[in-house]
Design a protein around this ligand. Structure first.
Ligand code: NAI
Ligand code: MG
Length: 366
């Protein structure tokens, strides 16, 4: 049987960019003999509209059973006033939590053709290729106690940062494993100077390193200093491993090193299953972009590169992933641009579908 791929297009531009990924998937089936059993389902607002919940139990079970899940985006203004328990984002959070996707991989890679498009000087980002590994299932977004409570005559908002040793160790392992396949360097970021969880983070990362990954170069940085270094001299980094909250901020900052949100893929990985594949969810970093949804303006590259990550990390098809990344590079070098990749007055943008077609054509040219 072919490996299975569950596609969850979601809301807004999600379905638009996913249509272009389908073209790429078809190309690999026809030209590289890499076929998937693809099924498609609803998530987020689209699932809420039909079922009254942003993720049904059936879809959750399908995601658990799939070899990989590819998601577009969820959310939109239509759902902003819904109760928290049925918000579109809850569908995504449930997937991450129940699949136990503890390692969120966010590459920040600068395509040569876009180096003048970064928020930074081209020489600072040219050739940039870093990977941020963010812990995704624990930390302050999940810790108890949480809530808004009345204390005397005022309200208090409470969240708790809590990390167990094993939660830190498994994400550290994921980072060290990745580093071995890349530049062999890991920088761990926390705030051990002011946070107990940061003290433990640094201890456990160091212990895991000593025990099993002494061949990888390890450094530590306070996350605030890390933020500064990330925009001052990002090329000093290879793999950065950090907690949920800091990873959220640092990876968004790193995003702007490479230009547009429309270019950024991500992967969220969990434990290795019996078939040797990690539980995995691949998705672009961007959201549902309601401001441009339905207009054919969305850049499909982030979602297409997320599929490339699936090829590499779920299906051991690094060669095919590299082919796809090269096709993206070629198309950009040819000057094909969606609107988000243009600065005022430099030509006519292509549509979402034209960008997808150009990438498929570049794949065919080889
Ligand atoms: P967003 O990422 O949807 O959009 C931010 C800006 O970037 C917008 O101007 C948008 O047009 C642009 N943009 C995003 N992706 C693009 C693409 N592929 N091509 C061209 N331009 C692109 O973030 P925003 O506006 O904060 O959130 C919109 C909705 O998406 C909200 O409901 C939010 O909750 C949801 N969201 C969902 C995420 C997910 O599904 N993982 C992540 C972030 C936000
Ligand atoms: Mg974020």
């Amino acid at each position: 049987a072919n490996p299975s791929l569950l596609i969850l297009p979601g809301d807004g531009i999600g379905p638009e960019v996913m249509s272009e990924v389908r073209k790429v998937i078809d190309w690999f089936a026809q030209n590289r003999g890499r076929a998937f059993d693809v099924s498609e389902d609803l998530v987020g607002g689209a699932a809420y509209d039909k079922h009254g919940t942003p993720l049904t139990d059936e879809t959750m079970a399908a995601a658990q059973a799939a070899d990989a899940v590819l998601l577009g985006a969820v959310g939109g203004p239509k759902y902003d006033d819904l109760d928290f328990s049925v918000k579109p984002e809850r569908g995504l959070l449930r997937l991450r939590k129940e699949m136990d996707l503890f390692a969120n991989l966010r590459p920040a890679q600068c395509f040569d053709a876009l180096s003048d498009f970064s928020s930074l000087k081209p020489e600072i980002v040219a050739g940039l290729d870093i990977m941020i590994v963010r812990e995704l299932t624990s930390g302050i977004y999940f810790g108890e106690p949480r809530g808004i409570v009345q204390e005397g005559n005022e309200r208090v908002g409470i969240n708790t940062q809590r990390y167990t040793e094993s939660e830190i160790a498994r994400v550290a392992r994921a980072a060290f494993e990745l580093a071995r396949r890349r530049g062999n360097r890991v920088c761990s970021m926390e705030k051990a100077n002011v946070m107990e969880s940061g003290v433990l983070w640094r201890q456990v990362v160091t212990e895991v390193h000593q025990a099993d990954y002494a061949d990888v170069e390890l450094s530590h940085m306070y996350a605030d200093a890390g933020a500064m270094q990330l925009v001052r001299a990002p090329k000093q980094f290879d793999v950065i491993v950090t907690d949920n909250l800091f990873g959220d901020l640092l990876s968004d900052a790193a995003a702007m090193l490479t230009g547009s949100l429309g270019m950024l893929p991500s992967a969220s990985l969990g434990a290795v299953m019996e078939n040797g594949r990690p539980k995995a969810l691949y998705e672009p970093v961007h959201g549902s972009a309601p401001d441009i949804a339905g207009q054919g303006k969305a850049n499909p590259i982030a979602c297409i590169l997320s599929f490339a990550m699936a090829l590499r990390y779920s299906f051991d098809a690094g060669e095919d992933a590299a082919l796809l990344e090269k096709a993206v590079e070629t198309v950009l070098a040819d000057g094909v641009r969606t609107g988000d990749l243009m600065q005022g007055g430099d030509g006519t943008p292509v549509s979402t579908a034209q960008m997808g077609d150009a990438i498929v054509a570049a794949l065919s040219r080889g």
